[in-house]
Ligand binder design. Structure first.
Ligand code: PM9
Length: 459
């Protein structure tokens, strides 16, 4: 009897369902061709299981929906703003809040305030929108994540860690004055949702403090990072997710947040800082780009849903089931021999397209190709996270990231375990016929964030 395992299960039951459309192989073939072999250009109606992103795709709770009815749609001073402000202080610990329509709105404002032309912004791996705003503000991003993060096979549990030697070298080379802040993400997205450890964060805080450099936290998926600290880092097993989140934030000076992920809402974000001067400038600037400082591009009801979602996001049972579902899917794929990034991260499974399709050169977009093939098999929509997402450098050359991945991102509280089985079986079928798959060429390339709208043709 002692061998009976303790499975997790969802800490909720289903009150309303959204019906899905099933498609045939020939419908999918037509839809994919019309979308230029880019999953971003598919109509959602043509998708069976949508794993494009976990951004804005969560299911809200009955409490959040009830909160929507409490929306105070005043132009100025909405009560929902004050509720959100209180929750951000209480749960995340930052002093001042500027709401924005989503994460990149906060990135834009922060980059414009803190970055001067020629500045260097070190970070634990780039994120597409974050780096672009840093570059548009005149800065240059430098990757200071540990080398293990670039190796899909390496099973180090905290592949989101900062390599402090890399940071020290940048400080020595450019001087601390050229570094307005370190851009530190929890649950590093492009590395496969990999966490940073509390130990590493404390060391980062000590080093940056010595040189008077700020740490700005991309806390889009901080609760998922906290779960890995609770599970894997010594001394945290008996601490709540809520207390771990607060401790993480205590080693940073401010944060940008896309509330569309962890915080369980369909739209919203914010900038939160501890420094009054940065806050004052941000409060001035937000009216130019987003809206008045007490709504930042959001409806009152959106802010209310966010305030309630933040509370739910740091609930221990919620996060255990959320990450548990991701791990369930990853383990299924591993059983079929599919090469994935290890360890399994917090928000999705990242399939290693270089290993899956070793005969396709990176110039022929293996991850983009694989995402298209997965859709064709059973209507599962995923996202390329490789050479297309990485884009081009200022001099026009392509970035060639070591990681060439297809992300199977799991929306929160949306799909069931049976969906996970269907997804794993579909990928396994594509894996079986992998040798017959050919690469692609890009036939249209937009100037910014090309992965969203680029078009491809089969070779
Ligand atoms: N992430 C994602 O699918 C949305 C579309 S891809 C650009 O993973 C981090 C770590 C993110 C993120 C968005 C943003 C931007 C910032 N940091 O999409 O503007 O994962 O709310 O947030 C996406 P917004």
């Amino acid at each position: 009897m002692t061998n009976i395992k303790h499975s997790w299960a969802e800490p909720y039951k289903i009150k309303m369902v959204e019906l899905l459309k099933m498609t045939t192989a020939s419908q999918r073939k037509k839809a994919m061709k019309e979308a230029g072999f880019n999953t971003f250009l598919l109509k959602s109606e043509d998708v069976y299981i949508d794993l494009l992103t976990d951004s804005g795709t969560s299911a809200m709770s009955d409490r959040q929906w009830a909160g929507m009815m409490l929306g105070d749609e005043a132009y100025a001073g909405s009560r929902n703003f004050y509720h959100l402000e209180e929750v951000v202080k209480e749960v995340y610990g930052y002093k001042y809040l500027i709401p924005t329509h989503q994460g990149r709105g906060a990135e834009n404002i922060l980059s414009k305030i803190l970055i001067k032309k020629g500045d260097i912004i070190p970070g634990n791996m780039y994120f597409t929108t974050t780096r672009l705003h840093q570059e548009l503000a005149g800065g240059k991003f430098e990757d200071i994540i540990i080398d293990e993060a670039h190796d899909p096979e390496n099973e180090f549990p905290f592949k989101g860690n900062v390599d402090l030697n890399k940071l020290q070298k940048l400080i020595d080379k450019h001087g601390a004055k050229k570094i307005p802040y370190v851009s530190m993400a929890t649950s590093v997205n492009m590395a496969g949702g990999q966490p940073i450890s509390m130990k590493n964060l404390k060391e980062l805080r000590a080093l940056t403090k010595k040189h008077g450099i700020r740490v700005i936290h991309d806390m889009t998926r901080v609760a998922e990072n906290a779960y890995f600290i609770q599970q894997k880092e010594k001394g945290y097993q008996n601490k709540s997710i809520k207390s771990i989140v607060k401790e993480i934030n205590s080693y940073t000076d401010g944060a940008t947040m896309s509330a569309k992920k962890d915080a369980l809402v369909n739209i919203g974000g914010f900038l939160a800082v501890n420094d009054w001067d940065v806050f004052e400038e941000a409060r001035n600037m937000v009216v130019v780009y987003e809206g008045l400082h007490t709504y930042g591009g959001l409806a009152g009801r959106d802010m209310e849903a966010m305030a309630i979602g933040i509370g739910e996001s740091v609930n221990d049972d919620h996060i255990k089931a959320r990450v548990g579902q991701v791990i369930y899917l990853g383990e299924k794929m591993l059983e079929y021999g599919v090469p994935i990034v290890k360890p399994i991260g917090g928000h999705g499974i990242f399939v290693d397209a270089k290993k899956f399709l070793p005969h396709i050169n990176q110039d022929q977009f293996p991850a983009q190709t694989l995402a298209a093939e997965v859709y064709l098999d059973a209507g599962v929509r995923t996202m390329e996270r490789g050479v297309v997402s990485a884009g081009r450098k200022a001099n026009g050359e392509n970035y060639y990231p070591k990681l060439e991945l297809v992300r199977f991102t799991i929306p929160r509280r949306v799909y069931t375990q049976a969906h996970m089985d269907v997804i794993a079986e579909s990928v396994a079928r594509v894996y079986e016929r992998r040798n017959k798959i050919k690469g692609m060429k890009m036939i249209y390339e937009p100037k910014y964030l090309r992965f969203f709208q680029a078009r491809f043709e089969k070779l």
